[in-house]
Design a binder for this molecule. Structure first.
Ligand SMILES: [Cu+2]
Length: 169
C-alpha cells in the first residue's frame, strides 16, 4: 500500500514537472487547451447571478512576452459558481493559470476550473492565479483598456474592461 502510494506521488511529480517545463516556453501544441471557440457568444450570455468582477488590470510585458490579467471575483449570489475559462479578442491565446513552486522553481500550471462559493470571493493576483494572455493582436498601450470575458459553467459570462499597466504595476 505504501509502495503504491509512493509510485503515485512519483508519477504526479513527474507529470507536474513535465507540464511545468512545457509551460516555461509558453508554447505547448502537444497539450491541447479547450479552444476559445468552444465558448458561446459573450455578447448574449447572461452573467452568473450576483457575481461581479472588480479592479481588473493587465500587467503588460514588453517584446510580446505573455502578459497576465488580475482581478477580484466576488460571488454575492446564493449559489457556488465555477469559472471555466476566459477569452479576449485582443489575444490569440487566453488561459487560466496558477503559479506554483515546483521543486524549488517558480512555474505556472494550467487550471481547468476555479470554484467561487456563494458569498465568497477569489483573488487573481501577481504570484498567484492569473489569466494568461498570449499572442496580442496589437501592441499593448499603457493606460488603455482591453476587454476580457470570463466564462462560467452553464454558459454564463462576464465581460470586463481591464486597464493596461506597466510591468511595475
Ligand atoms: Cu501564466
Amino acid at each position: 500500500m505504501k509502495y503504491a502510494f509512493k509510485l503515485l506521488v512519483a508519477a504526479f511529480a513527474a507529470a507536474t514537472s513535465l507540464s511545468a517545463q512545457a509551460h516555461a516556453g509558453h508554447d505547448h501544441p502537444a497539450h491541447p487547451h479547450p479552444g476559445q471557440s468552444s465558448f458561446g457568444d459573450a455578447a448574449t450570455a447572461a452573467a452568473p447571478e450576483g457575481v461581479t468582477v472588480t479592479n481588473c488590470w493587465i500587467r503588460a510585458l514588453p517584446n510580446r512576452l505573455p502578459s497576465a490579467a488580475y482581478f477580484t471575483l466576488s460571488n454575492g449570489g446564493d449559489r457556488d459558481v465555477v469559472l471555466v475559462g476566459a477569452q479576449s479578442k485582443a489575444f490569440g491565446k487566453v488561459m487560466l493559470h496558477a503559479s506554483k513552486t515546483v521543486t524549488g522553481m517558480a512555474a505556472m500550471v494550467h487550471t481547468d476550473k476555479i470554484e467561487v462559493p456563494a458569498s465568497g470571493s477569489f483573488e487573481f493576483a501577481p504570484g498567484g492565479h492569473h489569466v494568461m494572455l498570449e499572442k496580442p493582436t496589437s501592441t499593448l498601450k499603457i493606460g488603455e483598456t482591453l476587454p476580457i470575458t470570463l466564462w462560467f459553467e452553464q454558459g454564463r459570462a462576464i465581460t470586463m474592461d481591464c486597464a493596461i499597466r506597466s510591468a511595475a504595476g
